[in-house]
Design a protein around this ligand. Structure first.
Ligand code: SOE
Length: 380
C-alpha cells in the first residue's frame, strides 16, 4: 500500500494533538506543517521531525504532492481552508465545529461530494472503546427503545474573568462559544450512540462574565489556567459561558448542559441513555468504564477489556484490559479510519463525515434561535 502524504494546518493545542496522533497511524506521513508564522511552523516541524514548514497555509494547498490536509485552526478559517483544499483535490479532516454556520457547512458537503473526496469532522470522542461498546449494545437492542437521553459536557477553564480564549470573539469563533465548541460533541455522541436524530430543541444560554480580561497575546485553549501573561484589556463578552438544551429525538426526550465554568470538571462529557429494557451511562473522566442499569437485576460496571467487548467495539481498543486508552487514542482511531478510506475508495466511511458536521451546525443554529425566541425550534 503506497504511503499517504498529509499536512497539518495549525500548531496550537489541537494542532499538536493531531501531529502526535498522526505519528501513530499506519501508512501516513506528515510532510508539511503550516502555522501563523514561518518561525512557529519551523519550530513545530523540527519538534515533530517533519520535512517542510510554512507560515502560509496556501503553500500546502499549492503542493500537488500532498494528498490530505488537517485543519486545526480557529473556526472562522475552517471554511476557506477546507474549500481551497477540496478545490485543489485534497481530502480534508477538519476540527469541529465544521464551519461558522449552516450555509458554509452545506457548501463544503456539496463540494466534497462533487469532487469525490473524503471529508471528516473531528468528533473524536465517539471513539473511546466504551462509547463504542455503548453504541453496539444499543444496536443489538440491549437497551430496548430509547426513551430518555441526558448528560453534560462540563469544563472549568473559562471560570475566571481573566480566562481568555479565541472562541470568545464571535468574528473568530462564531456566534456561539460553549454550545459550538463542546455542546456539538455531546449531540454528535448522543446521535451516534442512540442512532436517533435531534428533531427539536429548547435552549437557554448564559454569559456570566459581561467583560473579560483580554491578554495582549495568547488565548490558546486551556492556556488561561497557567495565568494571564502581561497586561490585559477589559473586553465586552457576548458568547455564552454556559448553555442548556431540552431536546426531542422523535419520541425520546432529553436534556443537556454545556459549561466551561463548572469548577472541578476538567473535561467532563457525560452521556446517559435509558430504554425500555435497560440503561447505560459513560463518563469521560472515567472513560474505561461503562455503567449498565437494570430494573430487575443488579446494575453493572463494565471495565474495558477487549475480550469482554462486542466484536465491533473491540476494533476501537488497541490495548488489553487495564491498559487505559484515552483522549489521544480517540484521535488515532478516527484518523486510522479516515486514511483507510482514502487508501481504499470502496470502503464505507466509519468516521464523522462532513454531513455530520452539517448536522451539528443545524442543531446549533436551532439552539441559538431558540435561546433568542425563548421557544421550541425544529432542527431542519
Ligand atoms: C476546548 O473546549 C476543547 O479543546 C475542545 O475544543 C475539544 O473539542 C474538546 O475535546 C476538549 O476541549
Amino acid at each position: 500500500m503506497s504511503r499517504i502524504r498529509t499536512a497539518v494546518i495549525g500548531t496550537g493545542f489541537m494542532g499538536r494533538v493531531h501531529l502526535e496522533a498522526l505519528r501513530r497511524v499506519e501508512n501516513v506521513d506528515v510532510v508539511e506543517i503550516a502555522a501563523t508564522s514561518a518561525d512557529k511552523g519551523r519550530i513545530a516541524a523540527e519538534g515533530f521531525n517533519v520535512l517542510n514548514s510554512t507560515g502560509d497555509w496556501q503553500d500546502v494547498i499549492r503542493d500537488p504532492s500532498i494528498d490530505a490536509v488537517h485543519i486545526t485552526t480557529p473556526n472562522a478559517e475552517h471554511f476557506p481552508m477546507a474549500k481551497a483544499a477540496f478545490e485543489a483535490g485534497k481530502h480534508v479532516l477538519c476540527e469541529k465545529p465544521l464551519a461558522m454556520g449552516v450555509a458554509e457547512a452545506q457548501e463544503l458537503v456539496a463540494l466534497q461530494a462533487a469532487k469525490g473526496l473524503r471529508g471528516a469532522v473531528n468528533h473524536n470522542l465517539r471513539y473511546y472503546p466504551m462509547v463504542q461498546q455503548m453504541r453496539r449494545m444499543r444496536e443489538a437492542g440491549d437497551f430496548g427503545d430509547i426513551l430518555v437521553v441526558h448528560g453534560t459536557y462540563s469544563q472549568d477553564w473559562m471560570l475566571y474573568e481573566t480566562d481568555w480564549n479565541w472562541r470568545v470573539e464571535p468574528a473568530i469563533g462564531g456566534a456561539s462559544r460553549v454550545m459550538a465548541d463542546i455542546g456539538s460533541h455531546f449531540f454528535d455522541m448522543a446521535e451516534h450512540v442512540t442512532g436517533l436524530r435531534v428533531s427539536e430543541v429548547c435552549s437557554d444560554l448564559a454569559v456570566f462574565w459581561p467583560t473579560r480580561k483580554q491578554p495582549k497575546s495568547g488565548g490558546e485553549s486551556f492556556s488561561g489556567k497557567l495565568g494571564v501573561a502581561g497586561e490585559a484589556v477589559d473586553t465586552p463578552i457576548v458568547t455564552e459561558d454556559f448553555g442548556m438544551t431540552m431536546f426531542r429525538m422523535g419520541k425520546a426526550r432529553g436534556a443537556m448542559t454545556a459549561s466551561q465554568v463548572s469548577a472541578g470538571r476538567k473535561n467532563g462529557l457525560v452521556l446517559e441513555i435509558y430504554g425500555t429494557k435497560g440503561g447505560a451511562a459513560w463518563r469521560q473522566e472515567t472513560p474505561e468504564e461503562l455503567w449498565l442499569g437494570h430494573r430487575d437485576s443488579p446494575n453493572q460496571v463494565l471495565m474495558k477489556d477487549p475480550s469482554l467487548l462486542d466484536a465491533q467495539a473491540r476494533g476501537f481498543a488497541d490495548f488489553p484490559g487495564g491498559h487505559a486508552e484515552g483522549y489521544p487514542d480517540t484521535h488515532k482511531q478516527l484518523f486510522r479510519r479516515f486514511y483507510a478510506a482514502i487508501a481504499d475508495a470502496s470502503l464505507t466511511p466509519d468516521y464523522p463525515q462532513m454531513a455530520d458536521g452539517l448536522r451539528q451546525m443545524r442543531i446549533l443554529e436551532a439552539e441559538l434561535a431558540s435561546a433568542q425566541s425563548r421557544s421550541w425550534v425544529n432542527v431542519t
